[in-house]
Ligand binder design. Structure first.
Ligand SMILES: Cc1cc2nc3c(=O)[nH]c(=O)nc-3n(C[C@H](O)[C@H](O)[C@H](O)COP(=O)(O)OP(=O)(O)OC[C@H]3O[C@@H](n4cnc5c(N)ncnc54)[C@H](O)[C@@H]3O)c2cc1C
Length: 561
């Protein structure tokens, strides 16, 4: 039975950064991922990572932009930490070997991103996530003596001891189907977001909210779950992302009448207003009949010099050609707002600690909350690295004063019983994929850019029905080797938990703030709603609560761009 000081579930940027920090602090580390680590979703990150590194910029300016972007729901103490530590993290990455873009003078070069008062996004063309992830993975391999990698292992549940502390997990070796208990003194969840609960989404198939649901199921509160980011520029057919880097390089948005409509909605920042603002503007144009017949808006990247596009945006040149049949260097491409990111997640402090002793969370699975109601583009990679590192440090320190736990053998039998019950389901019922599609389409219809009480109530009713149906959903593959069918059935349960928490929190927040726009409560209402909404497990169902927003130096103001 594997036993480690620090067990990290997830090997994207948050998980790998946490592993390196914990190993550097002297801990024995296990890092576990349901896909090969460099196939983690972080590999898709395109446009870049924020830091106030230029002498004319300041961390305070970065922090204020982030607070304003969050619509004042972000916790300012955590935001200060993130923005203060950002420049050193970029330099650490650069020294580790990340080939950030350099400008004509040989210095690290930046591009502009939405909601930022300075161009402070550092990037590697439009493959920034891939470039960072590969460098971190090389470092993981260099730390082979301290870091054990469990690649293609799927965690099914977190384990607690009698005192309620988190002491490990159960995981399935995807290659063989064997279940194993992992004992650990500290456990860090770094299992990413839950975009697959929506259809379409920019997120990979693996983003199914596993860690969020697993933490919730053992009593960890979730926070800001109503805050779902719709990215302004995604392809209508399949949800593929056209990076904000395109607008950062100078691309414009037009409606079907040829109007550069952002002049109306954000006269100062135009296309580079924050994402919630741009997505709402686009959706308004579409809803009021000024979009194209396919329910889209035009993104005109021909404004960017062709040479620059081919050099700095080459991935979206390929996406345009391969998935929309459009040469973006010569003609506009049709886009619309699409589900992209969850601001909410497992509630943590700035060291990644959840209220469950021994359980940490970092990256998109977590809610620190540095993004509040709306994440600024290029602040997520930063969040994964800063809070991944801080969690790794803290988890290693905690492990030093903790005895190695030992889970009873019965845990494995129970876990195997649950897998067997999935394998033994009768065939012929509704399929997992059908339920997942209905969930995704429901969320995308009722819990999207614009919401109201009626739509949310419908979504809630459908999610509850799907929760009843899911335990009977049929699977075809009864084998042990790479059985994705059985994993999909488990993931469906996670997505339904996440969806239920999201819908309930959205119903609860009867105001409009950040990504939550309620057409029945169109104003921000600081008097009644300037607090976080939490969702915790109470018996079988979710219970709503509140948590205060931490303010340090920025009082809420009207938010205009
Ligand atoms: C197309 C796209 C482009 C983006 N571009 C940017 C950008 O330019 N800048 C920016 O700041 N942000 C960007 N983002 C957001 C950012 O990429 C993500 O928020 C971030 O990479 C999440 O990293 P993570 O480490 O938290 O999780 P992930 O990278 O998603 O990693 C999750 C890990 O958990 C593992 N895992 C999950 N469940 C289990 C389980 N049950 N058992 C075992 N392992 C499990 C997975 O295998 C994986 O290793 C982008 C997002 C998308 C979708």
């Amino acid at each position: 039975m594997p036993a480690h000081d620090v067990l990290i579930i997830g090997a994207g940027l948050a998980g790998q950064r946490a592993a390196l920090a914990a190993a550097d602090a002297g801990a024995s580390v296990a890092i576990l991922s349901k896909v090969h680590p460099v196939r983690s979703h972080s590999v898709a990150a395109a446009g870049g990572i924020n830091a106030a590194l230029n002498p004319e910029d300041s961390w305070e300016s970065h922090a204020f932009d982030t607070v304003k972007g969050s619509d004042y729901l972000g916790d300012q103490d955590a935001i200060e930490i993130m923005c203060r530590e950002a420049p050193d993290e970029i330099l650490w990455l650069e020294h580790a070997g990340v080939t950030f873009h350099r400008n004509g003078t040989g210095h690290l070069g930046t591009r502009a991103f939405g909601g930022a008062s300075q161009a402070r996004t550092y990037y590697v063309a439009d493959i920034t996530g891939q470039a960072i992830l590969h460098v971190l993975y090389e470092r993981l391999m260099m730390h082979g003596e301290r870091i054990s990698r469990y690649e293609e292992w799927f965690t099914t549940q977190l384990l607690q001891d009698e005192s309620g502390a988190c002491v490990g997990c159960v995981a399935r070796d995807i290659r063989t189907g064997a279940l194993e208990v992992f004992d650990a003194k500290s456990v860090i969840l770094a299992s990413g977001g839950a975009g697959q609960a929506f259809k379409p989404t920019t997120n990979a198939l693996i983003c199914t909210g596993d860690g969020i649901a697993q933490a919730y199921r053992i009593g960890a509160p979730l926070m800001d779950m109503e805050m779902i980011q719709y990215h302004p520029t995604t392809l209508a057919e399949n949800g593929f992302l056209i990076t904000e880097g395109a607008r950062g390089e100078g691309a414009h948005l037009y409606n079907a009448l040829g109007e550069r409509f952002m002049e109306k909605y954000a006269p100062n920042k135009l296309e580079l207003a924050s994402r919630d603002v741009v997505s709402r503007a686009e959706q308004t144009e579409i809803n009021e009949g000024r979009g194209f017949p396919d329910g889209t808006i035009a993104l005109d990247i021909t404004k960017v010099p062709r040479k620059r596009t081919l050099e700095a945006l080459r991935e979206i040149v390929n996406i345009g050609k391969d998935f929309a049949g459009v040469d973006i260097t010569r003609e506009p491409i049709h886009i619309r707002p699409g589900m992209h990111y969850i601001m909410g997640g497992v509630k943590t402090d700035a060291d990644g600690q959840t209220p469950i002793p021994g359980l940490y969370a970092a990256g998109e699975v977590a809610c620190v909350s540095v993004h509040g109601g709306n994440r600024l583009g290029a602040n997520s990679l930063l969040d994964t690295l800063i809070f991944g590192r801080r969690s790794g440090d803290h988890a290693a320190a905690r492990a030093r004063g903790t005895a190695m736990p030992k889970s009873p053998a019965s845990v494995l039998n129970d876990a195997q019983g649950e897998i067997d019950s999935i394998l033994n389901r009768p065939t012929g019922g509704r399929r997992v994929s059908e339920i997942k599609n209905e969930l995704g389409e429901t969320m995308n219809r009722y819990v999207a850019v614009y919401r109201d009480a009626e739509g949310l109530a419908t979504a809630h009713e459908i999610v509850r029905r799907l929760k009843d149906e899911a335990p009977n959903a049929a699977i075809d593959d009864k084998g042990t080797i790479f059985n994705q069918d059985v994993l999909a059935a488990v993931e469906l349960g996670y997505m339904l938990d996440v969806a239920e928490a999201t819908v309930m929190a959205a119903q609860e927040r009867r105001e409009s703030r950040g990504a939550q726009f309620r057409t029945d409560f169109p104003e921000r209402n600081d008097a009644d709603w300037l607090h976080h909404i939490t969702v915790s497990k109470n018996g079988d169902g979710p219970a709503l609560g509140t948590a205060p927003v931490t303010m340090t130096r920025w009082e809420p103001q009207e938010r205009t761009y």
